[in-house]
Design a protein around this ligand. Structure first.
Ligand SMILES: Nc1ncnc2c1ncn2[C@@H]1O[C@H](COP(=O)(O)OP(=O)(O)OP(=O)(O)O)[C@@H](O)[C@H]1O
Ligand SMILES: [Mg+2]
Length: 281
């Protein structure tokens, strides 16, 4: 080998240089692209989070506003209303003619309506930190049953009761729990046609007392289900849209939860869950 006259030379073709350049440019491009994408995604997440926070803030401001409005005006409305009611009662006795009696009954009905709206406003104005007492839901239901039955007769609807035999103790305030059940039952009546059936079921599920109010009325579509607990959301001509909003506030103040599930033309189930008190000694 040493005797042969030879030289070895290597020439790197220009093509490899060009390839290297291309790879480098591609890398730069991809790095830029990926960084840009990450930046866009992060910005989107931040904007969305901000919008969600803002929405919550607006919701809370709305609730605070309603609360303040309620606290400052509800009492002022209730007092003169009681006076008007008393005077109409006097007129009812003074003018027995059929036509007059009809007018008075309309006035009384309207006064009752204002009264019930104002009562809901009063609850909104109340601070929700309150003293809860121990009650057996079954005894609350026993007191409520005649009221719901009479309301059902008014709507021409049957009520089926399915109440657990065992004690069902929970921490709550009696009148407020009654109001919640009545509000939900009334929604059921309003959603059903004559001749249908409302089912009220009380049972235990693990550590929870469950109150289920089930109707087979018109139901609600998925889009609107998300709005039912919003203040002032109503699909009714004469509704205030405060019923379920107030129910939710009350149930949450008992450390419970309330769920609304519905299917158009099939019906609606509202489930209230309250922590079951087992040992009350
Ligand atoms: N059982 C139900 N079936 C179908 N839709 C319901 C039912 N319960 C509630 N909804 C819907 O949710 C809306 C809000 O109910 P909510 O009780 O808060 O107010 P409302 O009944 O409209 O008015 P208010 O209770 O003040 O008379 C109703 O207008 C209705 O559209
Ligand atoms: Mg209602």
């Amino acid at each position: 080998m040493t005797e042969v006259d030879w030289t070895l030379s290597v020439k790197v073709p220009d093509k490899i240089n060009t390839n290297n350049m291309n790879v480098f440019l591609m890398l730069v491009f991809f790095t830029f692209f990926i960084t840009h994408m990450i930046y866009i995604i992060m910005e989107e997440v931040i904007v969305r989070r901000h919008a969600k926070k803002q929405k919550l803030l607006n919701e809370n401001q709305k609730i605070d506003f309603v609360g303040t409005l309620a606290a400052s005006t509800a009492h002022e409305i209730k007092n003169p209303l009681t006076g008007i009611k008393g005077l109409v009662q006097l007129l009812v006795e003074k003018h027995p003619e059929e036509q007059d009696q009809f007018y008075y009954s309309v006035i009384m009905k309207e006064i009752e309506r204002i009264n019930s709206i104002v009562s809901e406003f009063l609850i909104l104005g109340k601070p929700m930190v309150q003293t809860l007492s121990l009650y057996d839901i079954r005894s609350i239901i026993a007191e409520l049953r005649p009221i719901i039955e009479s309301e059902a007769r008014h709507f021409n609807i049957e009520v089926e009761w399915n109440i657990i035999k065992e004690p069902t103790l929970v921490h709550c305030t009696k009148d407020q729990l009654k109001q919640v059940i009545l509000n939900i039952a009334k929604n059921g009546f309003e959603a059903m046609e004559v001749g249908k059936k409302l089912r009220i079921r009380i049972h235990h599920e693990n550590e929870w007392a469950k109150i289920m109010i089930i109707d087979n009325g018109q139901g609600l579509n998925e889009k609107d289900i998300g709005k039912v607990f919003d203040p002032f959301y109503t699909s009714k001509k004469e509704g205030t849209g405060l019923g379920l909003f107030v129910c939710k506030r009350i149930i949450e103040s008992f450390n419970g939860t309330i769920e609304f599930s519905s299917k158009p033309l099939v019906g609606t189930t509202v489930t209230i869950s309250l922590p079951l008190i087992k040992d009350h000694t």
